[in-house]
Design a protein around this ligand. Structure first.
Ligand code: AMP
Length: 182
């Protein structure tokens, strides 16, 4: 127990020190949480990945799903640390056919995510979805639909931080949501 509390506190501290908050980007009224400095710092990266891997293991995941694009950076390191594979959940148009496509609404438009429809067996897989920021929850919710349509299940969501006031969690059902910076 002592160990897990230490990793959790170290990850939280590293995030608080390194996150750069940028007002009015990419548009007025949005406080952009720039996590690039966290990824570029050896200590912060290590404690964040270790904590994400620890909670993902506790959730019983046997595959990591990383969200395009910052979720790839985190997700592949988490998967490596856990000794499992990574599924890159891509923005529309990047993967060759056949693909499974899921459209979703963002604040101002529609977007779509895709995964391969062949070559990866997701049947019965327990997937943890990893990303940097949970905002409206639209991205993680669409990724969940994709995993389920391919026969897998989502056992949890692990993100570095959550934008307050948007209630993104309400779109994610009863599955655990773990936010490091909380
Ligand atoms: P959402 O689908 O609304 O939960 O948005 C999540 C995606 O948008 C994540 O992949 C984030 O990288 C990005 N995002 C949304 N809001 C912010 C924010 N305030 N700061 C940084 N990234 C954000």
């Amino acid at each position: 127990m002592g160990d897990s509390k230490d990793t959790f506190e170290s990850a939280k501290e590293a995030l608080r020190e390194k996150i750069r908050k940028v007002p009015d980007f990419p548009e007025k009224g949005v406080l952009f949480e720039d996590l690039t400095p966290v990824l570029a710092d050896a200590h912060a990266l290590r404690v964040v990945i270790k904590e994400m891997a620890r909670v993902s293991e506790n959730l019983g995941a046997d595959l990591v799903g990383g969200l395009d694009a910052r979720g790839f950076l985190l997700g592949s390191a988490v998967a490596y640390e856990m000794g499992v594979g990574i599924l890159a959940i891509r923005k529309k148009g990047k993967l060759p056919p056949p693909v499974i496509t899921q459209e979703y609404k963002t604040e101002y438009s529609t977007a779509a995510l895709e995964i391969p429809a062949s070559g990866i067996d997701l049947d019965g897989k327990k997937v943890v979805l990893v990303d940097d920021v949970l905002a409206t929850g639209g991205t993680l919710s669409a990724a969940t639909d994709l995993i389920q349509r391919a026969g897998g299940s989502v056992v949890g969501y692990v993100v570095m931080l959550e934008v307050q006031g948007l209630d993104g969690r309400s779109r994610l059902g009863d599955v655990p949501v773990v936010v490091l910076d909380q």
